[in-house]
Design a protein around this ligand. Structure first.
Ligand SMILES: [Zn+2]
Length: 175
């Protein structure tokens, strides 16, 4: 029976199962061993077609994993296109909504409005909003496999603003 990878949506009869979640062989290579971490990992969805060029590699050895890390280190997006960006000729460029991202960062940093209210105002779930506030893509970086690389795309939030927001998230104990 075919199953769908919980992270990238890849359909296969050979998807392994981790803690009762079907996961494709590629996503499994980067999957954390801890069930709670795994949930966070699969929750960060990626487009399956992004991985297509890597599926041709043989499954033995680490060629596949190395190729993906290389792609990330060259500054290519390895996740879904985040809010505030769009793809143009396969390149990540700011979308019409890019100013709203900065607005969200400013709002969280400089006001006492709750996460819940900010999320509601901008049509996000609370978890969705937390992901926005922690997304390194906005400062022009690519985060992959717990490493941060210089991206090829244009930042839409300044590093200073981003860092202040990370400090506030930490100070408030927001997980
Ligand atoms: Zn997958």
């Amino acid at each position: 029976m075919k199953t769908k990878c919980t992270k990238c949506g890849y359909e296969s009869e050979n998807n392994p199962v981790l803690f009762s979640l079907p996961i494709c062989k590629i996503c499994k290579k980067f999957a954390p061993k801890d069930p709670e971490q795994l949930e966070i990992y699969v929750d960060d969805k990626i487009d399956g077609h992004l991985l297509d060029s890597f599926r041709k590699f043989s499954e033995g050895g680490n060629a596949q994993k190395k190729a993906m890390i290389k792609k990330a280190s060259q500054g290519n997006l390895m996740s879904r296109v985040p809010f505030g960006y769009k793809l143009e000729n396969k390149k990540l460029v700011p979308a019409e909504s890019f100013r709203e991202v900065e607005e969200i960062f400013e709002e969280f940093l400089t006001t006492k409005i709750s996460l819940r209210k900010i999320a509601k105002k901008h049509n996000f779930s609370i978890n969705g909003l937390k992901k926005v506030l922690r997304n390194f893509t906005y400062i022009g970086k690519i985060k992959f496999n717990n490493q941060i690389h210089e991206g090829k795309h244009q930042p839409i939030v300044s590093s200073t603003l981003f860092n202040h927001v990370q400090n506030k998230l930490e100070k408030l104990g927001i997980k």
